[in-house]
Design a protein around this ligand. Sequence first.
Ligand SMILES: Nc1ncnc2c1ncn2[C@@H]1O[C@H](COP(=O)(O)OP(=O)(O)O)[C@@H](O)[C@H]1O
Ligand SMILES: [Mg+2]
Length: 614
Amino acid sequence: MKNPLKTPKVTFDRIGQILFTIKEITKIAYKIKPGLLVLAFFLNAIWGFLAVPGFYLQKFILDELISSIGITDIKPVLIFTGGLMLIALLLSLLRNFLSGYNGFLRRSLSRYLEAELSIIIGGKLATLDMATIDDPKFQDRFNKIEKESGRRAWGLMIPLTDIPNYFVGFASSLGVILLLNPFIAIGVFVSSLPQIFIDSKYIRREYELYTKLSPLRRISNWLDMYLFRNRNIMELKLLGIAPYLAKRLKETINEVLGQSLFLSKKRQFSRVWSLIPLTLFELGVSVLLIFWVVVQKITVGSFQLYISSLRSAEQNLTSLVSSFLEIYENYIYVNDLSWFLGLEPKLEVAGGGKFKESDVLSIEFKNVWFKYTKKHPWLLKNVNFEIKPGERIALVGENGAGKTTLIKLITRFYDPQRGDIFINGKNLTDFDIFDWRKKFTVLFQRFETYPFTVREAIGFGDIDRVESLEEIKKAAKDTGIADYIDDLPLKYENPLTPRFEKGIEPSTGQWQKIGIARVLFKKSAKVVILDEPTSNVDPEAEEKIFKELTKLARDKILIFVTQRFSTVRVADRIFVMDKGKIVEQGTHKELMAKNGKYERMFTIQAQAYLENSS
Ligand SMILES: Nc1ncnc2c1ncn2[C@@H]1O[C@H](COP(=O)(O)OP(=O)(O)O)[C@@H](O)[C@H]1O
Ligand SMILES: [Mg+2]
């Protein structure tokens, strides 16, 4: 594989990468705050340009003074030079003000960029398909983008907004010299090259070092986190590992700092050498200019003008190149970012048939085969079933049988590779995916615990009704969590994390009940799916929840996934899953009569239960 960082010379390839980085980040910044970005570019350019008028003012003042030496009528001279001085001072005041204001603009831009990047990245992530997000290669690249965005926003905006100022400053100063003598103008370029070369070399080395040290930095971040995370404090105390973590943290930081500082020092020394050609060139030009003054080819004021322009051109040129190189440091990040922002969802796109409000739904799987990626073995193998409107289905089966995977296909986070899923006899892929998602409500096995208020943690089930407190209370009551909430200091406005004042942390079982309340809260759903929702609540509560669920309106399908066979007897039908297949389906009675897997599993669990309770 080609590594762009290994080429030591400034190649066209690298210039292309620099331009790419500038283009992409300007596009993003422009999308976020167009007015602010244009203003920052414009005012920075003005600031850069205003140096040259200052040089001319100096020239006029100096020339006037020299031609007035020994004059008797000094009043007009005083008025003229005094006037020029005043203009020069106002100009300098204006430049000062502009410089301060530009600083404010670029700080604002960096902050906006930092904040908006997280919003853009989060928003984009939500549109991508699960198959994309699950991919480890995606995860790797995405983690990098996500972790670095804050730092990069600053590192990109500052050099970017500097470019107009250095560029205009360089062009206008060089213009002054070009008018005098084109050869001197070329000399500016040539004598600046060593410095540009050294800068470019060290910025590349710093970048390589940064990349090389990033595993160490990652380690120090982890150490840091485990040393300070208050969730950890009890274990830190018991295990007594804080001094060990602190020692390792110190060692890692020392190593990172040591290597970076060593390189910085070397850079400073090399800089001194690289300045020699520039200094000699300046000396040569100065001698030439002095000669021209003596032979009266140019005035003393012009001498001053050219010397100032020369310095300004050189400084702006090297600064301009530094800005480019600083931007280049972000090339890989920006490349990753633009790759990520360019990803398109394949499955999750709007379009297709919509449901009517009154539709009751049936679900049919016909010869469905599925695996997560090509490399995996089949996880669903020729699955067939039909769920009629309003049926209560219990889906049972051991760990890894494919129950959750089946749910992910019904909810269309993935499409099957073979076979079809039909809703009311029409292929699921012919419906609008977002309309379909409005039709169901799911509590996944690995559900989210929202650390917001109780009202929100339940209300998120139907975000349009997140303010409907009475109905939220009803859902809490149906799940058997209402008493617990009423005892909280802030009741339904209580935060569900101890990090906020009066916040509490519910137990795992309580979280599950809140999750079930969230699912029940979505009244409009026609399919209710609960994936092992009661694994962490006591059997008594489980029975209550299950009873409550069977009371759901009869126009809703209920799919209840569990590994406990004892609670599923009341279901209309039971599907037994084993190794990616539905091996049995029927009522409790039918399945018991069959003397198959269900009957065996049921008997084993019932026996264990009897033994435990006796
Ligand atoms: N995102 C995934 N990528 C690859 N394999 C997966 C993924 N999710 C689950 N699996 C595998 O699929 C199989 C079935 O998992 P799952 O449907 O969660 O089983 P169950 O819910 O019945 O316990 C398991 O072997 C699991 O390791
Ligand atoms: Mg599961």
